[in-house]
Design a protein around this ligand. Structure first.
Ligand code: BES
Ligand code: ZN
Ligand code: ZN
Length: 504
């Protein structure tokens, strides 16, 4: 059964894909977007536009000078797009994070969306000239992403999107729509405030989002179950909040696929106050986004399930609020993890790796047909990674060369950038302690993203393992993200990695 898009609801957002309402019929439009492919040649493009432009306007459309030309054409506003800059990105592989045709198209079309608002367009025809399928896909994803705005709690607002007229391949359109919605779902989950989005509400609403799919089953472990399962670390982190911790498990088994599943774990800390090692106000300000890893995993999962990708997957989302009360865990507590290790707590603000460790242990302990082929994690794990790479480039760590190559390639191809960081064993001894099997965070301030990843790796022993340390937030509008807020970081890369792992 496929999902009824008209009824899908997620934290006050009616999920109605803009692309789904597009018409393929050649209708009269008041506005045109003309997307010219990265390989299109300027003269040929201008010839096709000749009948639309006034003679003096042709001179303005100079592809050496700009990538977006917004003009009053003969029959209405005309937005001409052609990406510039490095166009052989894919050939340069993961080495330089060069822009890809998909990413360039997505971000350029996103910027064109602003023009539609300016012109108060009601009907917009999008035409593609000499564009490769990857560019068309990127452009369509860009339209869907640009149409999203977080207005769940603003009363009396109507986003009023124009009618789209699109003549593109149906399959490509559906795929792009699901990618765009997947990204928007991740953004929306991050944008939703922590008094609305907490462990139970996250688990229940996300479970509902997938309930109509025969290929998906879901289980929620409540606090009691976490206790009987021995999830000491997860329980410790979630112990202080009135919103009790839980674990959401989604299992995807499309028909006819008999391979071992890939396990995917997303950090679902619905608010990170730092616990007793309380954060300062500036650092706490954005901590509703500390479930950004969980959001990315759910966004990628949405895309994969809706696009019916033939892959077995197990999604584990440990959910907890890192709060402060008499029930809070403390620095110097020693806690038993799901895998039996004893863990000394050094800083209660390093809580993400704790909830992830227990959920990873659940994945690692699966047997038979459910034994994972790899364990992949996405998490807003450290401030240190942001210091190193900034907010637009995530860091990833892995113990597997094949995963390293795959993540680099897919991140670059999808303009969802990630940089390979070292899982450097030389720092492992910084997690040593004399009073427990391991300390969860290193004493000393440098290399914090590496030591966090090394701690996680302990819980994926014997498996190919990768961990994406993400920021999940756009501080300002850019490309297809038309407002600051949740960015959907890692959704596009993760979905592609899951689709292609050990296939290509
Ligand atoms: N959620 C934070 C990491 C974070 C901070 C992500 C800012 C994005 C932006 C995480 O739980 C945390 O607080 N990590 C600490 C670890 C430290 C106490 C060892 C950090 O990175 O400072
Ligand atoms: Zn923290
Ligand atoms: Zn955190």
């Amino acid at each position: 059964m496929t999902q009824n898009e008209n009824t899908a609801q997620l934290f006050g957002w009616n999920i109605k894909p803009w692309l789904a309402a597009a018409s393929a019929e050649p209708m009269d439009s008041d506005t045109q977007i003309i997307y010219c492919g990265v390989q299109s040649d300027a003269i040929a493009v201008l010839q096709t536009l000749n009948d639309q432009l006034l003679a003096w306007q042709s001179k303005l459309v100079n592809f050496d000078e700009g990538d977006l030309f917004s003009l009053a054409g003969k029959s209405g506003p005309l937005i001409i797009l052609r990406p510039r800059g490095v166009t052989d990105g894919q050939k340069r592989d993961g080495g330089l994070l060069a822009p890809s045709p998909y990413g360039l198209a997505r971000d350029l079309v996103g910027r064109a969306f602003v023009e539609l608002k300016k012109y108060k367009s009601l009907k917009v025809k999008v035409r593609f000239v000499n564009a490769q399928p990857e560019e068309i896909k990127g452009a369509l994803v860009g339209l869907e992403m640009a149409s999203y705005a977080y207005r769940a709690h603003v009363q009396g607002q109507n986003l009023g999107l124009p009618q789209l007229v699109l003549d593109v391949d149906k399959k490509l359109l559906a795929e792009a729509q699901n990618i765009g919605i997947g990204v928007n779902i991740a953004r929306h989950l991050v944008n939703t405030p922590p008094n609305k989005l907490y462990p139970q509400s996250f688990a229940l609403q996300v479970e509902k989002l997938f309930q109509s799919f025969e290929t998906v089953t879901s289980t929620i472990w409540d606090e009691e179950r976490l206790k009987t399962e021995g999830m000491g670390l997860h329980l410790a982190v979630g112990g202080a909040s009135q919103h009790r911790p839980c674990l959401l498990h989604l299992r995807y088994r499309p028909k006819g696929v008999s391979e071992q599943p890939i396990a995917v774990v997303g950090k679902g800390v619905t608010f990170d106050s730092g616990g007793l090692d309380i954060k300062d106000p500036a650092s706490m300000r954005l901590m509703k986004k500390d479930m950004g890893g969980a959001a990315a995993v759910i966004g990628a999962f949405y895309q994969i399930v809706n696009n019916k990708v033939a892959r077995n997957l197990d999604i584990y989302i440990p959910l907890a609020e890192n709060a402060i009360s008499g029930g809070a865990f403390r620095p110097s507590d020693i806690i038993k993890a799901k895998n039996g290790m004893t863990v000394e707590i050094h800083n209660t603000d390093a809580e993400g790796r704790l909830v992830l460790a227990d959920a990873m242990a659940v994945a690692a302990q699966q047997t038979g047909a459910n034994k994972p082929s790899a364990i992949i994690v996405a998490a807003t794990l450290t401030g240190a990674i942001k210091v190193g790479l900034g907010s637009d480039v995530a860091g990833f760590f892995t113990n597997d060369d094949e995963l390293a190559g795959l993540i680099s390639r897919q991140s670059q191809a999808h303009g969802d950038l990630m940089w390979h960081m070292p899982l450097f064993e030389g720092y492992r001894s910084r997690l040593d302690t004399t009073v427990a099997d391991i300390n969860h965070c290193a004493v000393g301030s440098y290399g914090g993203a590496v030591t966090a990843a090394l701690f996680l790796a302990e819980f994926a022993k014997g498996y190919p393992f990768a961990h994406m340390d993400i920021y999940a937030w756009a501080d300002a509008e850019r490309g297809a993200l038309r407002e600051p807020g949740g960015s959907g970081q890692a959704v596009q890369c993760l979905a592609a990695v899951l689709e292609h792992f050990r296939r290509t």
